[in-house]
Every structure is written in C-alpha cells, then in structure tokens.
Write a protein that binds this ligand. Sequence first.
Ligand code: SAH
Ligand code: DHB
Ligand code: MG
Length: 231
Amino acid sequence: MMQDSQSMPSGQDVKDYWDRRFGHESSLLHSIRSQSELAGLPNIHIPIHLGRFLYLLAKIQAPQKILEIGTLGGYSTAWLAQALPPKGQLISLEINPHHAEKARENLDQLKDVQINIRNGHAVDLLAQLVDSKEGPFDLIFIDADKENNALYLDWSIKLSQPGTLILIDNLIPKGSKVGYPLNEEAKSIYAFNDYLAQHPALETAVITTLVGPQAKLDGLAISYVKNANSK
Ligand code: SAH
Ligand code: DHB
Ligand code: MG
C-alpha cells in the first residue's frame, strides 16, 4: 500500500489494496469488466471487493431467487449469480437496451442458473413482477437511477418475504457537498436515506464504500425485511 511516514493511505490506496488482496475475481468477472469497458459502458459498476462482499452476503442468505434493479453490463449480476444454487433464478431490470444486450452477452456463460435480463423502466417492470406473482425474492439489489429509490424500495418490499435482504448502493450523492446547496439528485438521495432510516418494515445498517475510478466515498445499505407487504 502507498504510504509515507507523514500520511495515511488515501481512499484510492485502500480501494486498490482491497481489490488486489480481497477481490478474488474469477476470470469471467474480469472479462465482464473488460468487455463492458470495450463496449463503452460507463465505469460505474460496483468495485471488485464490493462484488466479493455482495457475493458473500448472498451466499450466507442462501437465496433461490434474486432481483436486481440496474444491470449495466452485468458485473454485479454475475457476482450475485455465483451465490445461487443450480437452477436458482436471477431477474435483473435495465432501462437501456444497449446495456441489457451487452449484459446478456456477458452473462451467456453462466449456464447453471437462470438469468433473465428485462429491458424497460424498472417501475413498470416491478409492477409487472407483482402482477404476475413472480416474487417473493430472497435478496434484492437496488442500483439504478437514485431519484427513484423510494419507489424501488416500496416495490421491493412488496416482492419480499420476512427475512429478505434488500441491498441499496450509492447512498451518498456525488454532485454536491454536505453544507452546500444540493442538486436535485442529492436532495432526493438524502430524503431517501431519511425514509430508509425510519422504515418500520426494515432493520437497516449501512457501510461506507469507495466507488468508481476515483474511489469516492459512498454508502451501501443492508436492510433486513421484518414485515413484507407493509409500509
Ligand atoms: N449494478 C451495476 C451498475 C448499475 S449502473 C453494477 O454494479 O455492475 C445503473 C444502471 O441503471 C444503468 O445501466 C442504467 O441504465 C440503469 N437505469 C437507470 N435508470 C433506470 C430505470 N428507470 N430502470 C431500470 N434501469 C435503470
Ligand atoms: C455512479 C456509481 C454507481 O455505483 C452507480 O450505480 C451509478 C453512478 C457514479 O459514480 O456516478
Ligand atoms: Mg451503484
């Protein structure tokens, strides 16, 4: 780790160090990152070591059915899918047809499990999942457009059972500093955090994360569903 006698390691140093020591990335996962980059997808997938963390959380949960909101190139999808048993199911929702198509290609090798990437606005696709009674899911990962997180959480609880884990990425906005005028995305994220913190159906803990190429400070919520279908 980069360090001199005067200073602590930076966020970037720590992120790179965790990724190298504890990323334990398979060749499939590595190739999903490089293929996504080649295809010009934005470099906003979860960090390697956070993928490992989500995978282990999922493994402890022993899920049969996983739901993801926000697929991008399928990087987080592949980490979560590796925690499924044979014939386990993962549905991932993605609004951008180019992202959805690239993700399908990237995930083609994962044959033991059923991965279904659905293209559309997550709000519409979540309503369809409820209508068609495709729930409940054992684990739900919310990682799409942050302004809609409160809606995604409400739908996710409808698609849960007691004991479902709901994981939510990016609880800290990038565009505005605390104490300065907030942009709209930042306002909605902080309002969502207040909603999440007080939600009576959930027990929630947060961890601090280091995301993106610049290892920016961010947060991930881990919410345990106590009562499904309640507000
Ligand atoms: N989970 C991915 C990263 C997702 S980035 C990973 O860590 O590998 C966020 C994704 O959400 C983008 O692909 C974006 O196109 C998608 N998205 C944005 N708004 C959406 C919406 N309304 N419905 C579904 N997907 C959306
Ligand atoms: C960014 C990071 C994310 O994890 C995400 O889901 C969306 C955007 C970002 O750093 O801009
Ligand atoms: Mg994210």
